[in-house]
Design a protein around this ligand. Structure first.
Ligand code: SF4
Length: 359
């Protein structure tokens, strides 16, 4: 059984300009111990989908419909006490801005110890010892001494490690990381990614990783969901997504990643911008930006369906699926493109040619 099952989740925000459907009917699962990436441009609804898991959507937003089942229980029906127990104990979150997540007037160690005491009846001494252990586990040097440091005495990378330590303090089964490495320099970023990968391996903690960075996803994830304009447009195991992307949006995202030595003078971009979710495009939401769009694309909304290379969907969610009319048989001319993608894990170039570069 999946650890987390999200089914047909819809989250709306009520604004002066109208109702924004930030998350529009997404469904996915996460198994115990796996790392799932959620990628897409800003405004795709990735962070909103993650906040919804812990019912952290605030007014003027609202979870309108759908189900979020964690270990079989519907999170949307939990009482306030049950929800408090779920947060931290079973699902923990790591946000992008570690500085904002830490209280500047308490020491880092005390904040981790407080998180432990909030969920478990332990003595102050035990909480302190465990906080020091956690600081060591996330790679803070001389953790006993650094326990008494205030957040401003930590670097940005160390602050993010401290926040991860706090998130791990109650040994959650699922860690939701929202752009955890954005804004950090590349060496610090690499260290944090290694830390998350080690943690996932050692403690079998499942991770939902929200990012716009395809390189980060390649380093860490087992499977990927590509989100566009509030919907999931592609779902695939990591290698399939990089070597054989199916949705034109994913192809565009991969083509826009700069690569050393590929001889391009200009970066490839996806034309246009993400749509206004108050009044999204009819049919396929990507059609105004899609170089392969046909008339039918503005009329029919494509569902997420298994692609040719995906195994039949018999409950095994490790299949390859895309929301494009090509895979429902409704596209007359068919997709026809060439992609050059790099395996982010080892840097090898892989080419797949079907013709023409995505414009
Ligand atoms: S359905 Fe049409 S517009 Fe949408 S991604 Fe496929 S080809 Fe492009």
């Amino acid at each position: 059984m999946a650890l987390l099952e999200v089914e047909d989740l819809v989250v709306q925000f009520y604004t002066e300009n109208g109702v924004v459907r930030a998350v529009d009917g997404i469904s996915y699962e996460i198994r115990a111990g796996e790392t799932l990436g959620l990628v897409g441009e800003s405004g795709a609804g990735k962070s909103v989908a993650s906040l919804a898991l812990l019912r952290l959507i605030e007014s003027p937003g609202e979870i309108v419909s759908g189900e979020i089942r964690f270990r079989g229980r519907n999170v949307l029906e939990l009482s306030a006490d049950e929800l408090r127990a779920l947060r931290g104990d079973e699902i923990a979150m790591v946000f992008q801005d570690a500085g904002a997540a830490l209280n500047p007037v308490y020491t880092v160690g005390e904040q981790i110890a407080e998180a432990i005491r909030a969920h478990e009846a332990v003595t102050d001494e035990t909480a302190r010892d465990r906080a020091i252990d956690l600081l060591e586990r996330v790679g803070i040097p001389d953790p006993a001494a650094r326990y008494s440091d205030y957040p401003h005495e930590f670097s940005g990378g160390m602050q993010q490690r401290a926040v991860i330590a706090m998130a791990l303090s109650c040994d959650p089964a699922l860690l939701v990381c929202d752009e955890p490495t954005t804004g950090l320099d590349v060496t610090v970023q690499a260290g944090l990614l290694e830390l998350l990968a080690d943690l996932a391996r050692e403690s079998e903690t499942a991770i939902q990783l929200v990012t716009h960075d395809l390189g980060v996803v390649a380093e860490l994830c087992d499977r990927v969901l590509v989100q566009y304009a509030g919907e999931i447009v592609e779902r695939a195991p990591i290698e399939e997504l990089y070597y054989d992307p199916k949705h034109p949006y994913t192809v565009g995202l991969l083509a826009s990643v700069p690569r050393v030595g590929d001889g391009r003078e200009r970066l490839t971009t996806i034309p246009g911008t993400t749509p206004d979710l108050v009044d999204p495009p009819t049919g396929c939401r990507f059609h105004p930006r899609c170089p392969y769009a046909e008339d039918v694309c503005a009329k029919h909304h494509p569902e997420l369906v298994e692609t040719e290379s995906g195994a039949p969907d018999d409950g095994d969610f490790e299949t390859h699926a895309a929301a494009c009319l090509e895979y429902t048989g409704d596209l007359e001319d068919g997709l026809d493109y060439e992609v050059q993608v790099r395996d982010g894990a080892n840097g090898d170039r892989h080419e797949r040619t079907t013709s023409g570069d995505p414009r």
